[in-house]
Design a protein around this ligand. Structure first.
Ligand code: MN
Ligand code: MN
Length: 467
């Protein structure tokens, strides 16, 4: 016979938060679904390393699922599916709801840019018979992590005749790749005694791209000439064309399962593809929602969201204004009733660096989608702190549908900090809170997430859209 629980055990069950590991709360069936979902995610991650790659992937997927390019002159009805391509670097997907925009829209917003090494406008040079690219890092990185990692080059070169050349080298098995060199430990006595910000500087991030001279000539810069000649033969570009190029170096390796139990995924660019993919799948799966749902996959988050493809741009509000106008509504009235999940990652508690976190308010691998009420730094500065009322609404949606979720702050108070795009949506007078996936080694060339967390983030976004 089962022993009756003590009074304090019963009372604890009633009053205390259930802090059991998330894995003890989900069924074997759900874990299986998560594993399957993540196979699709890994494919996305490997094919969407840059925002341009991601937009291409997303639009192809949208078209397969019956989405067509939005035309503001057309009339749309409930159930219609449209997408908006903003300069091949940001994309929005919408499913028109039964009530259109009348009760506001449901927004799911993630970013598709990730930290990386961009080429400088004048990247190519030769030094001591080695050809190199100068880079300017994009987003917040620990620079040493980007040395001695195989790199691929992705991006476009735009020519004066209006044509745009796609560049992608380093991903195919047979492709060469590139690398930032580092000093051997034997000769690094001075380097190793320096603080990290001095030991590895931005100007150390030079990429090795060639070493053989053209025709074995003794001419100066013949190694650079040989590289330029290869690029000319392959792409028809000359050195000056680098001036109108968006070329970037990203880790060349693909994602891998992590752990004997395959419970996690390691890969480049989880921040924030790991939320972009769930937001994509949620809108693809949103059938006949009441309110119009919009997934926004934006650019430039890692450098502050400035620019016409970032969330400080008017592009999302302009689109919603068009949808509002078609319903005889004003944008401001729609925004005031709109709700948003800003889908971005949070830092998962790392036992090796436990002192950076506050254990009661950290998020954990395998505890599900993490809701981050506020980000910012220095006393909640520069963030949107979601209201109690909105938090309650989201709690109800997730609990009603048995979504596995947790809350988390970004590290301990005054340990550093960071921001998300939540505040830009909040500034448009919508209700918004951050929800996403906990990540280990965030902003490293190889980040880690848990499969169940990825799947629960999809479920959270999907249920949010279906309300
Ligand atoms: Mn992010
Ligand atoms: Mn980031």
């Amino acid at each position: 016979m089962e022993k009756e629980k003590s009074q304090s055990a019963q009372l604890k069950e009633k009053l205390f938060m259930n802090r059991k590991s998330g894995m003890l709360k989900v069924s074997a069936e759900e874990i299986k679904k998560a594993d399957e979902f993540c196979e699709g995610y890994k494919n996305f991650l490997d094919n969407a390393k840059t925002e341009r790659d991601a937009v291409k992937f997303v639009i192809a997927k949208a078209q397969e699922n019956g989405f067509s390019e939005y035309d503001s002159n057309k009339t749309y009805n409930a159930g219609d599916k449209v997408y908006v391509n903003n300069r091949n670097m940001a994309v929005m997907l919408a499913v028109i709801g039964k009530n259109g925009t009348k009760n506001g829209v449901r927004l799911g917003i993630a970013h598709i840019d990730s930290p990386r090494l961009d080429l400088k406008p004048n990247p190519l040079y030769e030094s001591n018979n080695l050809a190199m690219f100068k880079t300017h890092y994009y987003g917040g990185i620990k620079k040493y992590q980007w040395t001695t990692v195989p790199l691929a080059i992705h991006g476009v070169v735009a020519l004066k005749d209006g044509s745009v050349i796609d560049v992608n080298i380093g991903e195919d098995e047979k492709d060469p790749c590139f690398v930032v060199t580092d000093l051997l430990p034997h000769l690094a006595v001075e380097q190793m005694s320096q603080v990290m910000t001095k030991a590895f500087t931005g100007e150390h991030l030079n990429v090795l791209i060639g070493s053989r001279p053209f025709n074995n000539d003794e001419e100066s810069e013949s190694v650079k000439l040989n590289v330029m000649n290869i690029l000319f033969e392959k792409y028809g570009i000359v050195e000056e064309d680098f001036l109108s190029a968006d070329l970037t170096m990203v880790p060349a390796m693909n994602s891998k399962d992590i752990g004997f139990d395959r419970s996690m995924i390691g890969g480049y660019g989880h921040d924030d593809k790991v939320c972009a993919y769930p937001a994509l799948m949620a809108v693809l799966d949103a059938k006949e929602p009441d309110s119009t749902v919009i997934t926004v996959l934006t650019d430039r988050e890692e450098i502050g969201s400035d620019g016409n493809t970032g969330m400080k741009s008017t592009y999302m509000a302009d689109f919603i204004a068009d949808l509002a106008k078609a319903d005889g509504m004003e944008l401001r009235h729609v925004m005031a009733k709109s709700t948003c999940l800003s889908a971005d990652v949070n830092a998962a508690f790392d036992p090796t660096y436990a002192s950076a976190f506050e254990a009661n308010n950290a998020c954990y691998i395998n505890n599900g989608a993490v809701i981050t009420k506020y980000t910012g730094s220095g006393g909640k500065y520069s963030t949107s702190d979601a209201s109690a009322e909105y938090m309650a609404k989201i709690r109800k949606i997730l609990d009603d549908k048995n979504v596995l979720w947790q809350t988390g702050e970004l590290g301990k108070v005054d340990g550093g900090g960071g921001g998300t795009i939540a505040k830009f949506v909040a500034n448009l007078n919508a209700d918004v809170v951050d929800l996403g996936v906990p990540v280990l080694s965030m902003h490293a060339p190889f980040e880690v997430v848990s499969k169940i967390d990825v799947y629960e983030t999809y479920r959270a976004l999907y249920e949010f859209y279906c309300v």
